[in-house]
Design a binder for this molecule. Structure first.
Ligand code: ZN
Length: 463
């Protein structure tokens, strides 16, 4: 997951008149009887949680290029057809094919121990013997720059405390480049995580194409990174052997999943809801992001079951390859360029299907006021807040072309404990909270697809 915030759009929306227009006020009044029915039905059972458990238990993690991802896509398409959704299809996208292989980080001195590690996605591998070198620990890029002279021939460990995903993830993406610039031989980071039980977290890194050297890069568990740091602080000489057989194979075929509830009056106008079906190759990809795909799917299935047919089309999209390439997001945009102007809203759930508390929005002037009307319909389960910022990784290319975006606001307390690690598994998710996410997506999609006016489009210049 990556969270995109469009600050300029936010300022525009905040500066909009705070007085609610008559038509905006009536959104809530008009739709409450119907949306109360939707909410009651969504919260009546554990259908979404059960479906997500079946998906993740059956196929496991779903990294781009893997058989398990394509088998999961086949299964979802077949199940969506069985559910009676319309225009169900896979839209071809070529995706990167990175393979982890065997890997290890072994503490050689001051004592021998297997460290809890995981290679970072897209990293190169090492030779079979691995890289063995003394370790230098730093707490920031600035510190490495100041102490650059010490780094030559070392493994650089960035032991950076988690101060927020956006802030700390810079070390995951940039550690290998920073270490290469000062002559180091490998890069390690403290896992980008707010809590740890020896579960190291992977995630995408990238190489600066202007650098000649590509260093292998891996994360240590929070516990092991802090232990190494303590050893060095005590003046002990720390050396590590890092072995990684990671490699990048030729691009592989994958698909975005598309399914629809076709609109009754304006079928060419489209509301997109979805999540990304790919995941990292560890754990089950339950919250990142099987839950987003299943919540959107169940939301539309629910509307169909209730016999609700909004004026506009609601389209479920399961994007492929969010984690290590975002080719699905770009592929969807390119395949649907001719109808981008007909996309009236796009919502991705990619922050975990945890307890929702409202709706984030990126739109033009007055959009937040409209989203507040919609969110007020979710008050019965506490999801009536709004915030500026509705764009997630897969909706970002649509936002850049003016499509208003929304994002479920969910309790983010535990997402970064689990995501991109072995601990992203079903048991962490609550059936009730997943059902509330379904209710939020179903109500939001239904109202946006049926209401008389559309959300103000996002200024292109704001992206
Ligand atoms: Zn994600």
């Amino acid at each position: 997951m990556k969270k995109f915030l469009s600050m300029t759009a936010g300022l525009l929306a905040i500066s909009a008149s705070s007085a609610l227009s008559q038509s905006a006020t009536s959104i809530a009044d008009t739709y409450r009887p119907t949306t109360d029915r939707i909410i009651a039905a969504a919260l009546a059972d554990s259908a979404a949680w059960n479906r997500l458990a079946t998906l993740t238990d059956t196929f496991g993690p779903r990294l781009s290029g893997s058989r398990s991802l394509e088998q999961a896509i086949d299964w979802i398409i077949a199940e969506m057809k069985r559910d009676g959704l319309q225009n169900v299809r896979g839209e071809p996208v070529m995706v990167p094919h990175w393979v982890r292989g065997d890997e290890s980080a072994t503490l050689i001195s001051p004592r021998r121990a297997a460290l809890h590690m995981i290679g970072l996605g897209r990293s190169v591998g090492t030779t079979a013997a691995g890289v063995t070198a003394p370790v230098m620990v730093v707490e920031s890029f600035d510190e490495l720059t100041r102490r650059a002279a010490e780094a030559k021939g070392k493994i650089v460990l960035f032991d950076v405390p988690f101060t927020g995903y956006g802030q700390t993830v810079r070390y995951r993406s940039g550690a290998a480049n920073a270490a290469a610039r000062v002559g180091a031989v490998a890069a390690l980071i403290r896992s980008v995580s707010s809590f740890s039980m020896q579960n190291p977290h992977t995630g995408a890194m990238s190489y600066d194409s202007t650098l000649k050297v590509k260093l292998p890069a891996a994360a240590l568990s929070v516990e092991d990174a802090m232990m190494v740091h303590r050893m060095i602080a005590r003046g002990e000489k720390v050396a590590i052997n890092l072995k990684m057989s990671a490699r990048t194979l030729p691009d592989a075929p994958s698909r975005n999943i598309v399914a629809e509830l076709v609109g009754s009056e304006k079928p060419d106008e489209i509301v997109v809801i979805g999540g990304h079906i790919d995941s990292w190759d560890v754990g089950q990809g339950a919250m990142d992001d099987g839950g987003g795909v299943v919540a959107a799917w169940e939301a539309v299935k629910l509307l169909k079951r209730l016999g609700l047919k909004p004026k506009r089309t609601i389209r479920v999209v399961g994007w492929t390859n969010e984690e290590n390439g975002s080719r699905g997001a770009a592929g969807y945009r390119d395949a649907h360029r001719a109808e981008i102007d007909k996309h009236v809203m796009a919502m991705e759930s990619d922050n975990g299907v945890f307890k929702p508390y409202g709706i984030g929005i990126t739109a033009g002037e007055g959009g937040r006021e409209m989203s507040a009307q919609i969110a007020s319909l979710l008050k019965s389960f506490g999801a009536d807040s709004t915030a500026i910022g509705g764009t997630d990784a897969d909706t970002s290319p649509l936002s850049a072309l003016g499509v208003p975006t929304m994002s479920p606001l969910v309790d983010g307390t535990k997402y970064f404990w689990y995501h991109h690690s072995m601990a992203d598994t079903m048991d962490k998710l609550s059936p009730r909270e997943v059902a509330e996410c379904v209710a939020l997506m179903a109500v939001t999609a239904y109202v946006v697809a049926d209401m008389p006016s559309t959300l103000p489009r996002t200024p292109i210049s704001a992206n």
